[in-house]
Design a protein around this ligand. Structure first.
Ligand SMILES: *[C@@H]1O[C@H](CO)[C@@H](O)[C@H](O)[C@H]1NC(C)=O
Ligand SMILES: *[C@@H]1O[C@H](CO)[C@@H](O)[C@H](O)[C@H]1NC(C)=O
Ligand SMILES: *[C@@H]1O[C@H](CO)[C@@H](O)[C@H](O)[C@H]1NC(C)=O
Ligand SMILES: *[C@@H]1O[C@H](CO)[C@@H](O)[C@H](O)[C@H]1NC(C)=O
Ligand SMILES: *[C@@H]1O[C@H](CO)[C@@H](O)[C@H](O)[C@H]1NC(C)=O
Length: 187
């Protein structure tokens, strides 16, 4: 190894040690590890641990690549958008079940279609409110969407019909509950 190479390694070594900027940036990196910017999975598990349905939370957040390098606010957004997507899918499923017979089941499905349509609008408003850090409105809108789904499920009971949507309504409840819990972490 040439003398030149050894001395340049030394120079790099000593300047790295003594350069105050380098030391500062090392401290910043350390803060990022102990604070918000842990690895993606650490932040996701830490966040999901604050929700009632942490397994649903983990699978929802881990399945979206937007959670890379995310903040808790980003996780809240992904969580509400996933909830919206579930509601949109539910409206399509309901539409396919409606057969226009006008009987009790058909009417319940029509009501559910309206309820889920409202839920989709409210969740879209929740995302907009989140973007302007209006957490109170986010809470109101996501809670309203949750109520829409409850009303849908309750409609079948009222008519003595067995609900074909129980599983989707229950999963939607979990998604909303988790989204509310994550938003609560924001203040
Ligand atoms: C959540 O955190 C608590 C304490 O911080 C811990 O005891 C518990 O095991 C964690 N639960 C999950 C699901 O990670
Ligand atoms: C995450 O951040 C690191 C460092 O800031 C960067 O190198 C990396 O490209 C980012 N990854 C994504 C998926 O944005
Ligand atoms: C992931 O989340 C982002 C919002 O941050 C959303 O725009 C996107 O549609 C989501 N992707 C999937 C596959 O759901
Ligand atoms: C909604 O349906 C699409 C198409 O079937 C699917 O790719 C997506 O994962 C579904 N989203 C949710 C949240 O169920
Ligand atoms: C429509 O749905 C009702 C129950 O909601 C069922 O009794 C009827 O057979 C269905 N008709 C068709 C054409 O699917």
């Amino acid at each position: 190894m040439g003398l030149l190479k050894v001395s340049s390694i030394l120079i790099i070594f000593t300047t790295t040690l003594l350069n105050p900027l380098t030391i500062m940036s090392m401290q910043q990196q350390e803060e990022q590890v102990t604070g918000f910017m842990t690895t993606d999975e650490d932040l996701i598990s830490k966040t999901c641990n604050q929700t009632s349905y942490s397994d649903v939370c983990m699978s929802t957040l881990l399945s979206n690549s937007s959670t890379h390098n995310a903040t808790v606010a980003d996780l809240a957004a992904v969580s509400i958008i996933a909830t919206t997507s579930h509601a949109i899918n539910t409206t399509a499923i309901i539409a396919a079940m409606i057969n226009g017979s006008g009987d009790d089941l058909d009417q319940c499905l029509n009501d559910c279609s309206v309820e889920y349509g409202d839920a989709v609008s409210e969740l879209q408003e929740a995302v907009e409110a989140l973007q302007r850090c209006d957490y109170e409105t986010v809470n109101v809108k996501v809670s309203a969407a949750m109520t829409n789904s409850d009303t849908c499920e309750g409609g079948f009971e009222d008519e003595g019909e067995s609900s074909p949507l129980t599983q989707r309504n229950e999963f939607f409840f979990k998604l909303c509950s988790n989204a509310l819990a994550i938003v609560k972490l924001l203040g």
